[in-house]
Design a protein around this ligand. Sequence first.
Ligand code: BG6
Length: 475
Amino acid sequence: MDNKFPDNFLWGAASSANQSEGGYKEGGKGLTLTDVFPNASSGRFEAMQHFDEALNKKFDYCPSHIATDFYHRYEEDIKLLNEMGVKVYRTSINWARIYPKGNEKIPNQEGLSFYRKVFETCHEYGIEPVITLNHFDTPLYLYEKYGGWSDRKLVDYFVRYAKTVMSEYKELVKYWLPFNEINMVAHIPLVGGLVNVHGKENPAQLIYDAAHNQLLANALTVKAAREINSAFRVGSMLAAGKYYANTCAPEDVLTGIYKDWMDYLFTDVQVFGKYPFYIKRYFKENKVTLNISKEDEEILMNNTVDFVALSYYSSRVVSGDTGNKDFGSGNVAKTLRNPYLETTSWGWQIDPIGLRIVLNELYDRYEKPLFVVENGLGATDELLDDDRVEDDYRIRFHQQHIAQMREAIEDGVEVIGYTPWGTIDLVSASTGEMSKRYGFIYVDLDNDGHGSYRRIKKKSFDWYKNVIRTNGKEL
Ligand code: BG6
């Protein structure tokens, strides 16, 4: 097949601070949400549901405390990424390393120098960092003091943090993503916005206050980015995944459209600079008052993003019939089972063509360059005696998705890059497991934090290296 990837296509790798760094109290870092989540067997899911109780509990082991120890091993990791040939490395800055409580006036120098070393190391190895500013790790103090993102004060604190790091690293980082999967605040408000809706009278109000504050913070970050360095490129980041109608019954089709819109709402505001028409009815019917001023409207309109980034793991299926309970699973968003798709060991439905559909739909809607900054297969790997991991299933997953991305490019969609998720194994965000592995590089660590932390190349390592070397010609 002809090579249809552009010459400057950004092949890369992706991770987040809270799932890989560890060093949770080192270098003056404050606590964040994930630092109080235990691992799967100690009740991570319950802790997410009953957060206030979890805060007062002392768990024996919270995976983010050491994670995969990137904090101490970043040089080795970046070197391995370079060996694989990656051009960009998407990771995040942990806000609480820079402002431990989130709202101090003076940044923590140790935190700033840590990321300086990381980004300089990336450049030494010819890798361009792509940096998320908030990947599920708002400082915990901002929950205790303000109840998280529903409080408008967080806008100012976030923008102060964003300005600090964008100024500090203005020669080192060009691509910025203010919020990871910004639509997550609507699906899992605690993780996405540090908002605890448990037992609250009107959760929707809290959620859309938080959403508005994040959208405003996003726009103000874009504004600051333009002032700091005109070469910066700032992107929105959506947890994408098309909602298919369960049948061709008009009720199912209509439900699918509305479900998509509830996610597109976020990117619509980030790209078009205003709230879309369809959200008004939802707000009215759910007793949500949008607290938006004239000044907010101007800020949103004048500071839209340069590109649209997305994560893609799966498509979803919905029905207009609320009695249909034939559920499957996917990345957080609820879905019915799709009988045409295989699933991962964690039940996520595998749909490579869905990626092509999503890319076409997003490009049709926004006409902005698209950047696939997360895609991958969470699977159990077996480390064989001679340090081999034969992960052909993972190779197949990426082969099929990259092939569909190539089709989308052939369709005319502008896709600028692809950073597979968890390129070096990391802690699962939803379950806290290590055994749910995404990487091309194995990390010797189990679900309870035992292991040597050794990095071992899997079979997929050489496969992806060749994909990059041939610019996607050989899959
Ligand atoms: C995305 C998140 O939603 O999904 C990542 O941005 C996360 O942080 C990824 O790791 C995969 O989910 P999980 O639960 O398998 O880790």
